[in-house]
Design a protein around this ligand. Structure first.
Ligand code: ZN
Length: 118
């Protein structure tokens, strides 16, 4: 497998005190990416996000933004898993909610910073 990362990002992050490894892997090199763009495996403490092929027909223009959003999404899953919300919480498994936080998180952080709330 080819492990890469975005820029100078760490390949290990702390999720509520538990280390998770972060990997960007081309789809063809990771069978678990077959039907998804990323996943969080709380049993192995791994976050894997697809490193999209550049220059494909019909692909988005800025794939790094999409990969970053996917990474935020999987990190949110990791926080929920480590909070004990992996199996028995309906709202914590709601993909729409996880994706909303992943998409709006940067704007929330900016607004909180501007308001002095951080
Ligand atoms: Zn998800």
């Amino acid at each position: 497998m080819t492990f890469t990362k975005i820029g100078e990002a760490l390949d290990k992050i702390s999720v509520l005190g538990t280390d998770y490894t972060v990997h960007f892997i081309p789809e063809g090199e990771e069978t678990r990416l077959k039907d998804c763009d990323g996943f969080c495996d709380e049993t192995t403490k791994e976050i894997v996000v697809e490193n999209y092929k550049r220059g494909e027909m019909g692909s988005k223009g800025n794939l790094e933004l999409q990969e970053q959003k996917n990474l935020r999404h999987e990190i949110i899953h990791a926080f929920l898993f480590e909070s004990g919300l992996a199996e028995n919480s309906e709202w914590a498994q709601n993909e729409e909610m996880v994706d909303w936080i992943a998409k709006q998180g940067p704007k929330l952080i900016k607004a909180w910073q501007e308001a002095g709330a951080l």
